[in-house]
Design a protein around this ligand. Structure first.
Ligand code: UN1
Length: 494
């Protein structure tokens, strides 16, 4: 199947670096990493591509993104499968990820006719003031293994209609999905007469490749998705040269389940958000605050569902939980469970499963951990399916604990009580970039701005006006009078 998939995208397998599928640990391809010289060439190509691309009218640029969206539609099944093979998420989610790419392309095509500026009232007679948006330059996109293609697309589709070129450094764990996506982009570009060479490029490698992009002053915008640790190292490098970064880092997403909540809906939302993608989404549900009056109804039901979860090969129909990405992820999960026990937690589930069948892969039983309090382990993001449960009696306390973690990506409340819902969304409510009512924290639509506060990094990608981060703002004032009045009424005549 792998060989067929790779040849479908015209990819050959060569190079020194083996790529393994988390499904069974088998080698599924080989890639060549870039070195300092090839990275330099790619950056220079990106600058040249940008210089040409910025002159193409935005709605025409949108046409290229439309063609790319068509390629994604035609190849959704193949790319979705490759994503599953390389990242281990279940096929439904692999396909869903490609759908996100298609959706953001559609969004970007519409946007290509709506990069609106402003007309501003000037204080001087015979003057006109305006604000306009110009392409920023080459944009570096550093993406993570868990969304190996969609997060790139959120950035790239916008950057391309904004008139920027893009350089993509995917996770070293998922280079094949990136190369396949790049191949589809190149097919679209061939159908579009004015796409310069080097408009979209892929740089493969380990952390040095990302660092080279972060350091380079020719790249005004660096968009990076990954751990808080990675962001903490990358952001100062970009800032030191006054580049802009768009950061989408760790999440530690919570849900408050109130007494009036529709428990069947809450339960379904919890399940998808906590065990979907084997707990490896930045939006995964990690903290659950349950009102004491419903705790003994909700929690046993949840444990029952957890005990029957279909864990297994993510390509097989019916599987809901695939493998963790690698052994390091498994070790992290084990370590967190040990810490949780030490801190007073009661663990249900957890531990490796299917070890006989998949000796070189890391399948786990998702864990529920009943915690006495929000202890240090609960405040950390462990990229694995661990759901920490906490009881609450007063809404204020639940909200305060909800906000008392360093991360601020996504959040939600299940309630039928309007006051609780509105308080959760109000200024003193959830402090996250995403706040939902009667919807889980994950699986956001592309139409909204995606990202979060605090250690999540503050960046916004995807919908709403996130496009502005990929352009430079210019305030322009035009004098069409015969005089030269100064602003602030200043007289300055010699
Ligand atoms: C991520 O895990 O980095 O909201 C992105 C979601 C998806 C994107 C997740 N649309 O869960």
């Amino acid at each position: 199947m792998v060989t067929n998939l790779l040849s479908h995208f015209g990819l050959s397998s060569f190079g020194d670096h083996a790529v393994h599928s988390p499904i069974d640990g088998a080698e599924i391809g080989r890639v060549a990493h870039d070195d300092a010289k090839t990275v330099e060439t790619k950056i220079a190509n990106s600058v040249a591509a940008f210089n040409a691309w910025r002159e193409i009218p935005a709605p025409k640029r949108g046409e290229l993104v439309r063609l790319f969206g068509e390629e994604l539609r035609t190849n959704k099944d193949h790319l979705g499968r490759l994503v599953t093979l390389e990242s281990g998420k279940i096929l439904q989610e692999g396909l869903g990820e490609v759908q996100e790419m298609i959706d953001i392309c559609d969004f970007a095509v519409g946007l290509s006719r709506q990069l609106y500026g402003l007309t501003i009232a000037s204080e001087r007679p015979g003057h006109r003031m305006m604000e306009q948006w110009h392409p920023a330059g080459p944009v570096a996109i550093i993406s993570a293994f868990n969304f190996p293609v969609a997060v790139w697309a959120w950035n790239a589709a916008l950057a391309l209609v904004c008139g920027d070129s893009v350089i993509w450094k995917p996770s070293e764990k998922t280079p094949l999905s990136a190369l396949a996506t790049q191949a589809l982009f190149e097919r679209a570009a061939r159908k579009f007469a004015s796409a310069p060479a080097g408009l979209s490029q892929v740089v493969l490698g380990l952390r040095q490749a990302g660092e080279a992009l972060a350091k380079d002053h020719r790249i005004p915008v660096v968009s990076a998705t990954g751990s808080t640790r990675m962001g903490r190292e990358l952001a100062p490098v970009v800032a030191a040269r006054f580049g802009k970064s768009i950061l989408e880092l760790g999440g530690n997403n919570g849900m408050i389940v109130c007494p009036s909540a529709k428990l069947d809906l809450a339960q379904r939302a919890i399940l998808f958000a906590a065990v979907g993608t084997a707990g490896q989404r930045c939006t995964t549900l990690r903290r659950l605050f349950v009102h004491e009056s419903i705790y003994d109804r909700l929690v046993p039901a949840l444990k029952k569902t957890y005990s029957n979860l279909p864990i297994g090969n993510p390509l097989e129909k019916g599987t809901l939980v695939g493998p963790l990405i690698d052994k390091a992820a498994f070790d992290n999960m084990e370590r967190a469970l040990v810490a949780a026990r030490d801190e007073g937690g009661r663990v249900t589930g957890g531990g490796r499963v299917l070890a006989e069948k998949f000796q070189n892969a890391w399948y786990v039983r998702p864990a529920i951990v009943e915690m006495p309090d929000q202890t240090p382990v609960v405040c950390r993001e462990t990229f694995a399916p661990i759901l920490y449960l906490m009881r609450y009696s007063r809404f204020e306390d639940a909200l305060a604990r909800h906000n008392a973690v360093p991360q601020g990506l996504s959040s939600c409340i299940f309630t039928q009580d309007m006051q609780e819902a509105e308080r959760f969304l109000a200024a003193a409510g959830s402090d996250c970039g995403i706040a939902n009512v009667n919807i889980g924290p994950s699986g956001a639509e592309i139409g909204g701005a995606f990202g979060g506060e605090k250690e999540t990094g503050g960046g916004r990608e995807s919908g709403s006006d996130a496009w502005k981060a990929y352009m430079r703002r210019q305030t322009a004032t035009i004098n069409y009078s015969d005089a030269l009045p100064l602003a602030q009424g200043i007289e300055f005549t010699a």
